[in-house]
Design a protein around this ligand. Structure first.
Ligand SMILES: Cc1cc2nc3c(=O)[nH]c(=O)nc-3n(C[C@H](O)[C@H](O)[C@H](O)COP(=O)(O)O)c2cc1C
Length: 200
């Protein structure tokens, strides 16, 4: 019988993942932006996120010392800015200025959110764990902001309007057609029909 899987060396092959712009700042200093793909939701209650950042990033000591970071979600309209913030360092350029991005102040945070992004999650660092190549910053989400044009009439976030992107091993992708919804495998036929029509 042939092998069902080809064994590979252990590696970070999880995909797709988000790619986000993380804004950070020390009080009274210019803010910076670092692009992060190793980001995730880690707890619902309390709401918490993680980001993994290499020590050599200019942003690393800023996040460590300020004890905060702001995750700014990226849509197709922010793609080039997001890529730029992931190849240029704040040591050399002012990324807000270079990309004409708008710093928007967030109460109780030294770092601004990025005005062009559809949604931000402002986090206070609760712990830092040295893992090896990256340090894992866990953060509690203290403030969330969403652009008004993303809200539907029922007051819910319509994520389709954000045109969010995904990152898959070096390449950026638009999200495709909605294929289902949470629980659709067991939904009643009338619910399934109505919800699927609404998704398309
Ligand atoms: C799509 C993408 C994803 C990235 N993900 C990470 C990441 O998860 N962690 C990290 O430390 N660097 C990551 N980087 C690299 C940093 O964003 C990059 O080195 C950046 O220039 C650092 O900026 P800074 O020196 O101003 O902090 C990523 C870059 C790109 C383009």
């Amino acid at each position: 019988m042939s092998e069902q899987f080809i064994p590979l060396n252990p590696g970070t092959l999880l995909a797709p993942v988000p790619a986000v712009m993380v804004s950070c700042a020390l009080p009274g200093q210019k803010p910076n932006i670092v692009t992060i793909a190793w980001a995730g939701t880690v707890c619902s209650d309390p709401p918490m996120c993680s980001i993994s950042v290499r020590k050599e990033r200019f942003s690393h000591p800023i996040i460590r010392e300020s004890g905060e970071f702001i995750i700014n979600l990226c849509g197709e309209d922010q793609l080039k800015d997001m890529d730029y913030c992931g190849v240029k360092s704040g040591r050399d350029v002012d990324k807000f200025a270079e990309r004409h991005l708008t710093p928007v102040s967030v109460p109780d945070f030294a770092a601004p959110a990025i005005g062009e992004c559809p949604l931000y999650l402002a986090c206070k660092v609760t712990s830092v764990q040295e893992l090896g190549s990256h340090d894992l910053f866990l953060g509690r989400i203290e403030r969330v902001g969403v652009k008004p044009d993303l809200m539907d009439e029922a007051g819910r976030i319509d994520y389709s309007k954000a045109k969010l992107i995904a990152y898959n091993h070096g390449n950026y992708y638009a999200l495709g057609q909605a294929l289902g919804f949470f629980g659709y495998s067991v939904a009643a036929p009338d619910v399934l029909k109505r919800r699927m029509e609404a998704l398309r």
